[in-house]
Every structure is written in structure tokens, then in C-alpha cells.
Design a binder for this molecule. Structure first.
Ligand code: GLA
Ligand code: GLA
Length: 659
């Protein structure tokens, strides 16, 4: 797809400038200067492409695609379903989404369609096919960008009917459904399918199994809509490739279900650089973690489909990227497996909601602006780094992330309704591994564990039987497992496991759970070394589990209250491997220590000496990236790194590049 190049470009929305041919011409010149080789076109063009029902005007788009192609710029062509024309909503009110409160939305904004409505599907299919028919032979179209940032749910009658159908297919009988949802509680037994309604603020919310199934259904409906669009294009263009742009820590969909149906994973990255109270290192790690998450969805290079070249306009406070941060963040994406660095948007809008959102070309239209110059510089660097295109990452450690488990855990009432801080927990493990230059993947319970030496399960509340079995095999054969509190609690419909827990793993861990205690914000429980005389210490927070160790060897024990003496951290030998159990959430230093030890014993690390503060490592194939996320100069491998500078070392050839 990249033809051996790293891709560089962004969302190009020329429909805003059709009356200014001079601007469109200038865009081409500026794109050449910024070394742009890919643009996303047509995301929000529907009302220009079909100004009246059934009357298509694709000529203007054709001319733009031709002009781009003439200077070697490829196109990621969008289907316009994310934002519909006003005439469509006016003529067919059923295309508008209905909220959980059962109120139908008025026309406005975007991403507000019902994904079940047959009329909407028919209209989307028709415009998608008009585009495919016209552009299928164009050599410039390298990718189809289906819709935009899929998300949201619809509660209209059409969707309710589909939900019931989906449930019928899943459970076959009402008996099974009632069983799976434990609906005998509070007398919620359903005696007819038509009684079932989606969750609502003024209706059902207490039936955890129902709420969880609704979330699964929303994913399946959204995926079904995606498939409809993909197939509409594919019918006319069998070799077409497809992507959808995904979002940061998005909770509304189970992205893992989309991965097999996409040719490339792409996502939109908008970090809150220079945020008060948070270091740029931590901000960078949050993006890096998502890059790794998205790489892992297919275990293949991905595209960073959008990012702001300067500020966003929707965060509480919009900060510009300081000098050098554009390069830092672009190269960070590449280090973690991106083959494309793209922006939203190419040219800043004059009006409407995103007129103050950062863009490569600002309202002044100048090529000597700081943003444009830094973008062009990054374009040059990406050309230099072409050998990285398509290069895969090592398989070393994997963190288990299961969206359904997260939904179930967070949808449950108790043990800590003020928040479980799932991503904070994940970040503690990720950060410590990443800072030791360990390559971290994210896998779900369908994931393949082969090749990994370390598997981390943070709060794997809903642990499936088949996955517990996989973990047992993994440890028995010599793998290292780290599993935390609040794992192995419930089954796939959120029914609690009966008997000893963590479900399926008590012998692997050499212990069983007795109780779990919720902690107030700021409340801490002291833990000390299990070996008398040793000074190690840590503090448990958020949730503190009490377990009874059978064969597990305690490393840290609780030192307070009636918890005193219970294992806080322990390790158990099982087969040829080891399983660590963490009974609580500790401070970052604890994880640094734990993973420094594990990383040096399990992996052949590309760096073994500590890096200066703020310098982050990342490895992609033979290339080691060392990035200075601090505003100060830093020295690494005898090279001086400017604030936000990057050193790239080829571990085989020893070649060094500095940006
Ligand atoms: C009330 C209700 C019970 C139960 C408890 C839980 O007392 O009557 O049904 O919900 O709260 O604390
Ligand atoms: C998202 C959308 C874009 C734009 C940007 C702004 O990523 O996909 O259309 O609104 O946010 O940050």
C-alpha cells in the first residue's frame, strides 16, 4: 500500500474551497513542499457529491483526484456516511438516531445516523457505489476510508427489533436468556421476547447481562453497517482495500471484532501535549500505548490516520505543540509500528466548528509558518526512514485487554463505584515495560500466545474458560504470567464464578481469593517484604484483595490491619514457568522494580543502562528509537539530543540518525 514508502499527509477537505481555484492550486504546491504522498478525501463531502437525491456530481472530486495523482499523491477515499445532507434527514426522518432516552435527534452535527434504517443503508450504498463506479479504475485510489470514527448507538424501534433478533440467535430460548442474565433477581423474568428493551436511563440498567449484551449488539450492528459499505464498494472494485479510523481508548465498540475485516488498522491520535500536572513523557507514553494497541489488532503496521499538527480545539484547553514535538510525535508513531503519519486537516477551515483546530496550512496560507516548516521537516525525515515501511515488531510481552471484560467490570455495581481506573492500571504495567525497551503487544482472549515470554493480565475480571486453559498451557511450558487482583471473577454473561477464584487459575497461581476491599481516594495499605529483615515496601490502593496462599511464595505481604501477613505480591512455580499475583495497585516504582527484573531475565534488551529522565526507548525490527520527551537537552549513546529530539540506531549496522 505504501510501495516501500512511509506515508505522509492528512484529511484534505477541498469541498470548502471549490470557489477558490487559486487556493486549490496552491494546495498542490504546498503539498509538494511538505512531501505529502497521501490524502484522505471526501469524508464530509456528501452534500457536494449528491446535492439532490439521486443526482450525483462527482466531477469536481475527479478533477482533484487527477491533480493529486499527477504529482504522485495517492488517495484514501472516504465513504461519506459519517455526515449526511440536510435533504436526506428532512425527507426520511427515520435516518436520525434515537437516544437511550428514546428521543429522536434533530438534524445537525455528524455521526448521528441510525445504522439499521433501511433507507439510510440504501442511500449510503447508492452514494458509495456511485463513487466506486466512477473511481474504481483510478490508479490513485489506494485505500477506502469507510465512514468516520464509527461510534454511538441508536435505540429506535428498528434497532430494538434487531436487538431481539440478535438475542434470539444467541440464546435460542428465553429460558437460556433468563438463566444467563440471572433475571430471577428482582423478578425480571422475561416471558416474551417483545418485553426486552435496550438499556435506558428511565428503564433497564440493573440487569448487567442485558447491558453487556446490548454493548455487544452495538458492536455487531456497527460492524454490520461497515460490512454493508465495504461490500457496496467491493462489488464494483474487488481488489479494493478498507480501513476505518479508530479512536483513543474508545469504549463504545469492541475494536477487536473489526480487525479481521479491515485491510489496515488506522486511528486518530490527539494527545494533550504540555498539559499542566502531567509530564510530556507520560503523555507520549499514552499515545505509544495506543499505537501498540492498534498495531496489535492485526499484528501489522498501522496508519496514524489523524493527528493535529499544532493544537486541537476540543480539549478543555488547547495547547500548541512546542517546537520539535511534531517530529517527536510523528517518529513515535513510526517507532511503534505506524507506516503513515497523517493530520487533521490539511487546510484550516474558515468557519464552523473546526475553524480554530490546528491544520498544516493556517488561515494566513503561508509556507514559512512554524507549523508548515515543522511538517515539511517531518515529511523529509519520513522519506529518509523509508526502509522502516512495513517492518514488523518483535513479539516479546503482551498485555491482555478484553473489551467485553472491561465493559462487564465497569458495568458492575461494586466493589468501587467511584471508579476502577482500568487504564491507569494498564498504564502502570505498560510504562514500566516500555521504559525497559520491551516491545509490548495487546491481545484479547482470542489472541495467540505463541512467541511471547511474558503475559500480563491487569484486572481480567471476565476470564473465559478457554483462555484460562491457554494461560495454564503458557505457564506450564515456561512462560511468565503476571495477573492482578479482580481477575477471574465472572463468566461471559457476567455471572459470578462459583467456587474458588481466580477462576481456572488457582493452581497456576498457588492461591485462592478470599475477599476484596475497596479503598477510598488517597487511602493506602502498607505492604512490606515477606522476607524478615528485607526493606522492600509498597502501598496498596484502589482495591486490596486478600488471598490465601497454598503453594505461592509471598514476596510482599500486607503489614496493616487484619490484612497483616496476607500476600500482597507472590510468585508460584507451575510446570516450567512462573505466575506472579499482585493483590492490589501499587505506586509506579513498584512496577519499575518488578519489570526491570523480569525484563532483564526474559529478554535480550537493546539497552541495559538507565536512560536520562524523559528519554523513551522503542524498538521496531532492527531499529531502536531513543526519544527525548523533555524540554531539556539529553545525552544518549554519546549523542546530544535536542529537546524533543530523536536518535535512531540500527542495531545491526550501527548506523545512527538524529532528528
Ligand atoms: C435494600 C433493599 C434490598 C437490597 C439492599 C442492598 O435494603 O431492600 O433489596 O437491595 O438494600 O443493600
Ligand atoms: C476527529 C475527526 C475529525 C476531526 C478531528 C478533530 O478525529 O475524525 O473529523 O473532527 O477529530 O480533532
Amino acid at each position: 500500500m505504501g510501495n516501500g514508502k512511509l506515508l505522509h499527509g492528512g484529511d484534505y477537505n477541498p469541498e470548502q474551497w471549490l470557489k477558490s481555484p487559486d487556493i486549490l492550486k496552491r494546495d498542490l504546491e504546498l503539498m509538494r513542499k511538505a512531501r505529502v504522498n497521501l490524502v484522505t478525501l471526501g469524508v464530509f463531502s456528501w452534500s457536494m457529491l449528491e446535492p439532490e437525491e439521486g443526482k450525483y456530481d462527482l466531477d469536481w472530486l475527479g478533477e482533484i483526484i487527477d491533480n493529486l495523482y499527477a504529482q504522485g499523491i495517492m488517495v484514501d477515499l472516504a465513504t461519506p456516511s459519517g455526515a449526511k445532507p440536510a435533504w436526506l434527514a428532512q425527507k426520511y426522518p427515520e435516518v436520525q438516531r434515537v437516544g437511550a432516552d428514546r428521543v429522536r435527534e434533530l438534524y445537525g452535527n455528524r455521526h448521528s445516523h441510525c445504522y439499521t434504517s433501511p433507507v439510510y443503508r440504501e442511500k449510503v450504498r447508492a452514494i458509495d457505489q456511485a463513487l466506486a463506479r466512477r473511481f474504481r479504475v483510478h490508479p490513485g485510489i489506494v485505500m477506502w476510508h469507510v465512514s468516520n470514527e464509527l461510534g454511538g448507538e441508536c435505540h429506535c424501534e428498528l434497532c430494538q427489533a434487531k436487538f431481539r433478533e440478535w438475542l434470539k440467535e444467541k440464546y435460542a430460548t428465553l429460558d437460556r436468556l433468563n438463566e444467563a442474565w440471572n433475571s430471577a433477581f428482582w423478578s425480571h423474568i422475561y416471558s416474551d421476547w417483545s418485553q426486552i428493551e435496550s438499556p435506558a436511563p428511565h428503564g433497564e440498567g440493573a440487569m448487567h447481562g442485558l447491558v453487556l449484551d446490548w454493548k455487544r449488539f452495538v458492536t455487531s450492528r456497527t460492524l454490520d453497517f461497515y460490512r454493508m459499505e465495504r461490500d457496496a464498494v467491493r462489488e464494483l472494485m474487488p481488489e479494493a482495500k478498507f480501513t476505518v479510523n479508530m479512536m483513543y481508548r474508545f469504549d463504545g465498540l469492541d475494536y477487536a471484532k473489526f480487525a479481521p475485516e479491515l485491510d489496515i488498522i488506522s486511528w486518530d491520535d490527539y494527545p494533550t501535549w504540555h498539559k499542566a500536572g502531567e509530564s510530556d513523557e507520560d503523555i507520549c507514553l499514552k499515545s505509544a500505548m495506543m499505537h501498540d494497541f492498534f498495531y496489535s489488532l492485526k499484528g501489522k503496521p498501522f496508519w496514524m490516520m489523524e493527528s493535529s499538527p499544532s493544537m486541537t480545539n476540543w480539549q478543555p484547553v488547547s495547547k500548541v505543540k512546542k517546537p520539535g514535538v511534531q517530529m517527536l510525535s510523528g517518529l513515535n508513531a513510526v517507532a511503534h509500528g505506524a507506516d503513515a503519519v497523517m493530520y487533521f486537516q490539511w487546510r484550516q477551515s474558515r468557519g464552523a466548528v473546526e475553524k480554530f483546530h490546528g491544520a498544516v496550512v493556517g488561515h494566513d496560507g503561508r509556507e514559512d509558518s512554524r507549523v508548515f516548516c515543522e511538517t515539511a521537516e517531518l515529511g523529509k525525515a519520513l522519506e529518509q526512514l523509508a526502509p522502516l515501511a512495513g517492518v514488523p515488531r518483535e513479539r516479546e510481552a503482551a498485555i491482555v485487554h478484553d473489551q467485553e471484560s472491561k465493559w462487564a467490570m465497569e458495568g458492575s455495581q461494586g466493589p468501587r463505584n467511584i471508579g476502577l481506573g482500568y487504564w491507569d492500571e494498564v498504564m502502570l504495567h505498560y510504562r514500566a515495560l516500555q521504559k525497559n525497551a520491551v516491545t509490548v503487544d495487546f491481545i484479547g482472549q482470542d489472541g495467540d500466545l505463541s512467541g511471547y515470554k511474558l503475559i500480563v493480565c491487569p484486572m481480567l475480571y471476565m476470564l473465559r474458560e478457554d483462555f484460562a486453559e491457554k494461560l495454564r498451557g503458557f505457564v506450564a511450558k515456561g512462560g511468565t504470567l503476571v495477573l492482578t487482583y479482580w481477575s477471574g471473577v465472572a463468566d461471559e454473561t457476567d455471572l459470578c464464578r462459583l467456587g474458588d477464584t481466580p477462576f481456572g487459575l488457582t493452581d497456576v497461581l498457588g492461591l485462592r481469593r478470599l475477599e476484596i476491599d475497596g479503598m477510598y481516594e488517597g487511602e493506602k495499605r502498607r505492604c512490606v517484604s515477606a522476607v524478615a529483615g528485607e526493606r522492600a515496601e509498597a502501598y496498596g490502593s484502589v482495591l486490596c484483595e486478600v488471598a490465601k496462599s497454598e503453594t505461592a511464595k509471598p514476596i510482599l505481604v500486607y503489614a496493616e490491619d487484619f490484612f497483616k501477613g496476607a500476600p500482597a505480591v507472590c510468585v508460584n512455580r507451575y510446570g516450567r514457568g512462573r505466575a506472579y499475583y499482585l493483590a492490589s495497585r501499587f505506586e509506579p516504582d513498584f512496577y519499575s522494580g518488578l519489570y526491570r527484573g523480569l525484563a532483564s531475565s526474559l529478554f535480550d534488551l537493546p539497552i541495559t543502562t538507565p536512560l536520562p529522565d524523559g528519554v523513551l526507548p522503542a524498538r521496531r525490527g532492527d531499529w531502536l528509537f531513543l526519544q527525548n520527551t523533555s524540554g531539556r537537552t539529553a545525552t544518549v549513546m554519546r549523542r546530544r539530543l535536542q529537546p524533543y529530539g530523536t536518535l535512531i540506531v540500527n542495531l545491526k549496522t550501527k548506523e545512527k540518525l538524529i532528528f
